[in-house]
Design a protein around this ligand. Structure first.
Ligand SMILES: Nc1ncnc2c1ncn2[C@@H]1O[C@H](COP(=O)(O)OP(=O)(O)OP(=O)(O)O)[C@@H](O)[C@H]1O
Ligand SMILES: Nc1nc2c(c(=O)[nH]1)N[C@H]1C(S)=C(S)[C@@H](COP(=O)(O)O)O[C@H]1N2
Length: 175
């Protein structure tokens, strides 16, 4: 079964073409390296507008049936940063450990890591994970949490994801 994975870039300027989106492609590149099971990207770029973000998350989870949705951008303290609020609004269960671990990992690279309010949660049988907007943050954050993602997706009834063990040792209790 081919797993669909949503890649949602939240950026006023990238969505308007002021600069090229480099963070969405960084997510796709990381997934392409680490996943050994079949998957397909569903990528979108939209502005930092809460109603629009919620609608896009709902469409990626419910209509597209994405097992995993990775967002990038809009996690900081600025007035327009509302990705965590939109994520929480559409999720029926939050997984705060994801944000805690990603911030801890990011602190090894930047002291401003604590400014990200990034989180994760479950909507139905989809896992939503927030990543910061900076292209360099993508690999750092995903590498920290990815070992737990395949088992999380098992637990919510999603497709069986496998990873290249040289790059990511996915942990499944009892496996
Ligand atoms: N998707 C992206 N692609 C490439 N660079 C990005 C992206 N998102 C952020 N950046 C870079 O990181 C910097 C800070 O990101 P931040 O998310 O704080 O932007 P911002 O001030 O919220 O503006 P915007 O929402 O328009 O991206 C940006 O100025 C840009 O250089
Ligand atoms: N790994 C990593 N995490 C990071 C950063 C980064 O460059 N690398 N930038 C920080 C900064 S400066 C901000 S303001 C917050 C929120 O960024 P966002 O609003 O683009 O999501 O993420 C933080 N987390």
């Amino acid at each position: 079964m081919t797993a669909k994975i949503g890649i949602l870039t939240l950026s006023d300027r990238a969505s308007a073409g002021v600069y090229e989106d480099r963070s969405g492609p960084a997510i796709e590149a990381y997934l392409g390296e680490v996943l050994t099971s079949p998957w397909q990207a569903v990528a979108r770029i939209i502005p930092d507008d809460r109603t629009g973000i919620e609608a896009a998350l709902i469409a990626l989870c419910d209509a597209e049936g994405c097992a995993l949705v990775c967002t990038t951008g809009g996690t900081g303290p600025a007035r327009r940063d509302v990705t965590p609020e939109a994520t929480e609004a559409v999720c029926n269960k939050m997984l705060p450990g994801f944000g805690e671990l990603m911030r801890q990992e990011s602190l090894k690279y930047v002291s401003t890591a604590i400014l990200s309010r990034q989180t994760a949660g479950i909507r139905g049988s989809s896992l939503i994970v927030n990543l910061p907007g900076k292209p360099a943050s993508i690999r750092q954050c995903l590498a920290a949490v990815f070992p737990a993602i395949p088992y999380c997706i098992d637990l919510i009834g999603g497709p069986y994801l496998t990873t290249d063990p040289a790059l990511c040792k996915a942990f499944r209790p009892g496996a």
